[in-house]
Design a protein around this ligand. Sequence first.
Ligand SMILES: Nc1nc2c(ncn2[C@@H]2O[C@H](COP(=O)(O)OP(=O)(O)OP(=O)(O)O)[C@@H](O)[C@H]2O)c(=O)[nH]1
Length: 431
Amino acid sequence: MKPDKGTTLEHHLRRLTVGQRISIILALLLLPMAVLSVVSMSVLDGQEIDFQHSVQESIDTLLPLTTLEHYLERAQVDELEAQTNTSAPNFTVLTQNIDRSFSTIETTGSTPDMPEGLITAAQRAWRDARPAVQRLVEHIRPLHLGNDRLSDTLSRKDLQQAIHDVSRARRHLATIIKARYTHAVALRHSQLRWLVWSWVVTLSVATLFIGLFLSSILRPIKALESAARRLGAGETGVRIAVLGNDELTSVSRHFNAMSEYWEATRQALLTETSMDPLTGVLNRRGILAVLEQELAAHRRHGQPLSLFMMDLDRFKTINDTLGHSAGDRALLWVAEKMRESLRGSDHLGRYGGDEFIAVLPATTQEQAQAIAQRMRQSIHDTANRDDALPTISIGIASTPEMGWDMQTLIGGADAALYASKHRPDKTSSSD
Ligand SMILES: Nc1nc2c(ncn2[C@@H]2O[C@H](COP(=O)(O)OP(=O)(O)OP(=O)(O)O)[C@@H](O)[C@H]2O)c(=O)[nH]1
């Protein structure tokens, strides 16, 4: 059996053993999942670290500026002058922290998440604020050195300027951090989208291949199961396509051999049980089985069918006078003569003793009468010259005239045979 187009791929896959294909299925299932899991974990870890870093950076950058701004506002309302040296804010440290933040921004340089314009604006704002803040630091220093009061009265104008500049620098920095955060969120979303797509595509491809490999195992098993069921139900000609080189190929080959062997055995058995060993024509069981099948088929197609019931004349005399062997030879001879008068598509069987049945498919009653006449004549021509050979009588029954029931048809032919025995031409129809 040749593989069709649909099984070409299966043919290739079945060059591998079932065990190898199961290993590949497992690998297709586990490997992509393992790789994707590792990649996903590392991406999510990276995002987590970036997020922590971004929060830390926001705190480090904005907190000193906000604190400085807050203290400056307090100073502006002259609270500073009322402070003792212990509660005076350490502007020096705050300023250094802010300087460090800006130097970090400077060293990072411009990136997509921190555009050049924003950095320059923030730096300019801090540069503007720096002199006013520096003057403030100078004013506050005596407090840190242990003096009771501020060295000079703070200039309200200086303070206002410093607050204004620091506030501007803080707003610019906040914009930078917001821009960076927005970019980081977009990046995170894009990474997550890629991850989801990677999972979907990888698992789809893996599923497709797993499906192909699985089907190359399941299809032959299903074919075997179906073939075994059909064979068990008595169907003949059951064969499985022998593809590839795996264990199932071998099982399929053995199954086909088993099916062939079973058919041969069945055929031999059928032949043995349905043939008449003496004459070589069908026996009673065989001819009745054929008649049943032909009747069913002809009824389905509405075709006529004729039946001959034939009986040897003076056969008992041959047996009694010439012996049983002569009787056997006479039976064999008459069966051959009957066979010669029939067509290849007709069926001949020995009904029992010296009775024969012929089934003539697609034959009307008129046609059957002509054939019967010819057959009887051919036998009589020879038998009339030889005492060891019998003549025959024929009864005919035909469908649809007699209906489609087998027993009715046989009964009709039998009745016609009985009638013919008492006629000079030894042939009779059932009507
Ligand atoms: N030699 C032989 N004789 C058989 C066989 N089977 C049946 N017979 C004989 O066939 C004969 C049938 O007898 P009848 O039916 O009276 O045959 P007949 O002399 O032709 O008589 P009608 O049928 O009435 O014409 C019997 O003698 C059976 O013993 C067989 O296989 N071989």
